[in-house]
Design a binder for this molecule. Structure first.
Ligand code: GLU
Length: 293
């Protein structure tokens, strides 16, 4: 049973056009479409293309073709994240104005060296739910004038959330309603596990966490259906929703489709591409069977 959010139901499939879709995407897209139909809701599509160097019009076109072949229909216009950087910047500025975001100057190499040093001394370094080392906290306390001096000197920087202050600003412990294939019910959010997440990358405008949060609200999404690999990221999204005054959708994180070797399918390894299956003459019904629907 999916609880009603009291709003007109709206769902979205949100692929990144940086490679060909595979069976894992097909499962996600079909579950979104099926749930939209079951709820009498809207099905929206969003191109998550903030990384303009890796996303191409050709991959985007291939996504439309794959989805049409699966029998999906979605509302137009499609929301393209690359057309909404101003929107994400406004959200970032609101967080900066409240002292909840700071410019982060350390390079990946510097962070790596710091972690290796600590671990070499036998001190375990905290890691996020995906296994990545948390960003060191030293820059949280840089003075405004030192930050400005570095920015004016042209130092490359990202913008990160000051997780400590953000949680404090939020006050209440957060949770979300989960109706997926893993743990279900009211799930306690644990944003602290992610440390000072990136809000604005140094090499691309915005970030996954910031843009997904803003977009789900802008598109009026009531039910987020996506893979279990994003289950824990929901903690960050709930925190950002709360800080930015945005509504919380209901979440349904679905099982992942694994390759023969048991690992998650990946675009870069060309796993079970939908266009390949299409060319082999498979139908949408065959794909439904392949993904266990
Ligand atoms: N763009 C993400 C992906 O392709 C999905 C983001 C989401 O559904 O929140 O994995």
């Amino acid at each position: 049973m999916i609880p009603s959010t009291g709003q007109n139901p709206a769902l979205r499939f949100a692929p990144s056009p940086n490679g060909p879709l595979h069976l894992g995407h097909a499962l996600s897209a079909l579950l979104n479409a099926d749930m939209a139909t079951a709820l009498g809701g809207r099905l929206l599509l969003r191109m998550e293309d903030i990384d303009v160097t890796r996303c191409t019009p050709e991959f985007e076109q291939a996504i439309y073709e794959d989805l049409a072949w699966l029998g999906l229909d979605w509302e137009r216009p499609v929301r393209r994240q690359s057309e909404h950087f101003d929107d994400y910047r406004a959200a970032l500025d609101a967080l900066i104005a409240r002292g909840l975001a700071y410019p982060a100057f350390m390079t990946r190499g510097e962070v790596k060296a710091r972690v290796a040093n600590a671990e070499g001394d036998g001190k375990p370094w905290p890691r996020d739910p995906d296994g990545a080392a948390l960003y060191p906290q030293d820059e949280r306390s840089l003075s405004d004038s030192e930050r400005q001096r570095r920015i004016d000197a042209g130092s490359r920087h990202a913008w990160r959330l000051d997780m400590g202050r953000a949680i404090e600003a939020c006050g209440e412990p957060l949770s979300w309603t989960e109706r997926g294939d893993g743990e279900t019910g009211e799930i306690a959010a644990d944003p602290a596990a992610w440390g000072d997440v990136v809000l604005w990358r140094s090499d691309a405008p915005s970030s996954y966490h910031l843009s997904v949060t803003v977009d789900d609200a802008r598109q009026g999404i009531t039910h987020v259906v996506r893979g279990l690999d994003l289950f824990h990221a929901t903690s960050v999204h709930r925190l950002l929703q709360e800080l930015l005054g945005l509504p919380a959708p209901v979440y349904r994180h679905h099982r992942l489709i694994l390759g023969a070797d048991g690992r998650k399918l990946s675009k870069s390894e060309g796993d079970a591409g939908l266009s390949v299956l299409r060319r082999q003459g498979l139908t949408s019904a065959d794909v439904r069977r392949l993904v266990g629907l």
